[in-house]
Design a protein around this ligand. Structure first.
Ligand code: UDP
Length: 252
């Protein structure tokens, strides 16, 4: 079975693509519930400055490596997370596999209308997939109890929460306990990609670990701080940990 790795003081689950799909499908279809996150360089930088996100990551049932930065940084610290299990690719693959077993999914997040479009595209691609419901990600704290009630009544196996880092992880950390039997997964900008509101990088760019550069080119005003400054901060965190290596150790 897959093992655990501590990278930048955060416990990751190290597993291959097929192990992740198998483990997730079992967890979902057996209605075990739980909290599943993907962490990339931006997540690690944000967690280093945001205790609520760090706490949410520590409470995860499954934390998967997302992006070449985390794979590269962990290798430098001799705790390699070999497989890049980014959610933008893994979630559609999970829906494809799960559809054959009548997996049901609820989409929560993104701007009004986007979750519906993403759901329609997923249903079109995988007709046996059950769409349990959708809701946008711009709601108030006062509206949350009603949204939780609606999700509980819809009884999806999987709740995809696409509200960006760190809101989605903090939201899931706070409310997953009220969604027993439903696995909650933070998926960032996934709905924007699946709804084709934001174009995905061509495969050749993704294959060399440069999707971040593509995203920066697509949305420079929103993302320059995250990628230009954030990548330097991430590099600094990795170097600081390399200099004081006792902070990180491989646990299994
Ligand atoms: N979002 C949301 N509610 C908010 C803030 C953001 O639903 O209060 C959505 C936003 O519309 C977008 C997603 O969260 O669809 C964040 O996308 P981003 O590309 O920033 O995600 P990441 O890079 O973290 O995967």
């Amino acid at each position: 079975m897959a093992d655990e790795v501590s990278f930048l003081n955060t416990r990751f689950n190290r597993m291959s693509w097929s192990e992740a799909i198998d483990r997730l499908l079992t967890q979902l279809l057996m209605r075990q519930g739980g909290r599943v996150y993907y962490a990339n360089a931006h997540t690690m930088v944000t967690a280093s400055q945001n205790p609520a996100l760090a706490k949410a990551l520590a409470h995860s049932d499954l934390l998967l490596a997302d992006g070449s930065g985390v794979c590269w940084g962990s290798a430098l610290l001799r705790t390699p997370l070999v497989h890049n299990l980014n959610g933008t690719d893994l979630v559609p693959a999970l829906c494809k596999e799960g559809a054959q077993k009548n997996l049901s999914v609820y989409l929560l997040g993104a701007k009004p209308g986007v979750a519906e479009e993403a759901a329609a595209n997923l249903k079109n691609a995988y007709p046996s997939l059950v769409i349990a419901g959708t809701h946008h990600g711009y709601f108030s704290r006062a509206e949350t109890p009603q949204i939780l009630k609606t999700i509980r009544a819809a009884r999806p196996h999987l709740l995809l929460v696409a509200m960006g880092v760190p809101q989605q992880e903090i939201w899931i950390d706070q409310y997953a306990r009220q969604l027993r039997g439903i696995t909650c997964m933070g998926v960032g900008g996934l709905f924007d990609f699946v709804a084709q509101r934001v174009p995905r990088a061509p495969y050749s760019i993704r294959a060399i670990g440069m999707e971040w550069l593509w995203r920066l080119a697509m949305e420079p005003a929103r993302l320059w701080r995250r990628y230009i400054i954030g990548n330097f901060v991430f590099l600094g965190l990795v170097i600081a940990n390399a200099i004081t290596p006792n902070q990180d150790e491989q646990t299994t």
